[in-house]
Design a protein. Structure first.
Length: 256
């Protein structure tokens, strides 16, 4: 049986992680999509678009979004549609509204776009598709470089900052990959992408005791960069499906 975790998660990809996903996406979108996206964002920069939902956490008006950043599923269980507010449901709603944006106002169009920028990023942080019993790693205390943190924050920010991962390093990884692999990354839908991230959880939890050592960092750097790349490529696919009339069918992209 599937259950949603009620407590809200603390964090998401950190500021740098969301900025990387957003900037990588702008590298892959079509020219026409890029122009339309920038027109809707107006004075909001691409990195800030990726971080908007986190920036709104302190705004009481947006408290209804607190469950949208994640989808927690018990270990050895699978996601089933129609289970309330969560990352997948919020993405489907904003995607559908943007596809029919002629029926909503400009402010709502921008808000839906900002939600998609952020949640596609969140989806690719594996602990945002994690387990309810430890709140997506928030309750797992670890020691990293001599300081206390938790497993969730480690993956949100600490590893990205310590490994100096940037949009350039992620795009450099893309240049090293076969074109066929890039094409495979861009296939699928919201549900399959969520399950792809979730499949990485055994590697995320593969450490001894509470100390995160250099071996753990080295083993996970490529996976971390690849998740940021996947997020950017897939965000680009979603934006092109909305704004560039690509062949991607709504049902195929959303999944059920």
């Amino acid at each position: 049986m599937y259950f949603l975790c009620i407590p809200s998660q603390a964090g998401a990809w950190g500021k740098e992680g969301h900025a990387i996903v957003s900037e990588v996406a702008m590298h892959y979108v079509s020219d026409s999509t890029r122009a339309k996206v920038l027109n809707i964002l107006k004075n909001i920069s691409v990195p800030d678009a990726g971080n908007w939902m986190d920036n709104m956490r302190s705004n009481d008006y947006y408290k209804f979004m607190q469950h949208w950043h994640y989808v927690d599923i018990p270990k050895d269980s699978s996601y089933k549609a129609g289970q309330g507010d969560n990352l997948i449901a919020a993405l489907n709603t904003s995607f559908n509204e943007l596809k029919n944006s002629s029926s909503i106002n400009a402010e709502k169009t921008q808000e839906d776009l900002l939600i998609i920028f952020h949640l596609i990023g969140d989806m690719h942080q594996p602990l945002h598709t994690g387990y309810p019993d430890d709140r997506g790693g928030n309750d797992i205390q670890v020691n990293f470089k001599g300081s206390g943190t938790n497993l969730h924050h480690l993956w949100d920010s600490d590893l990205i900052e310590d490994q100096n991962i940037t949009p350039d390093t992620v795009l450099s990884l893309a240049d090293q990959l076969p074109r066929a692999m890039i094409n495979v990354i861009s296939t699928g839908n919201f549900l399959s992408w969520m399950n792809d991230s979730r499949s990485l959880l055994p590697q995320v939890y593969n450490f001894n005791g509470h100390k995160i050592d250099q071996d753990y960092e080295d083993r996970n750097k490529r996976m971390l960069e690849l998740q940021l790349l996947k997020g950017g490529i897939r965000l680009a696919k979603v934006l092109d499906a909305i704004f560039a009339s690509t062949p991607a069918a709504d049902a195929t992209l959303q999944g059920q």
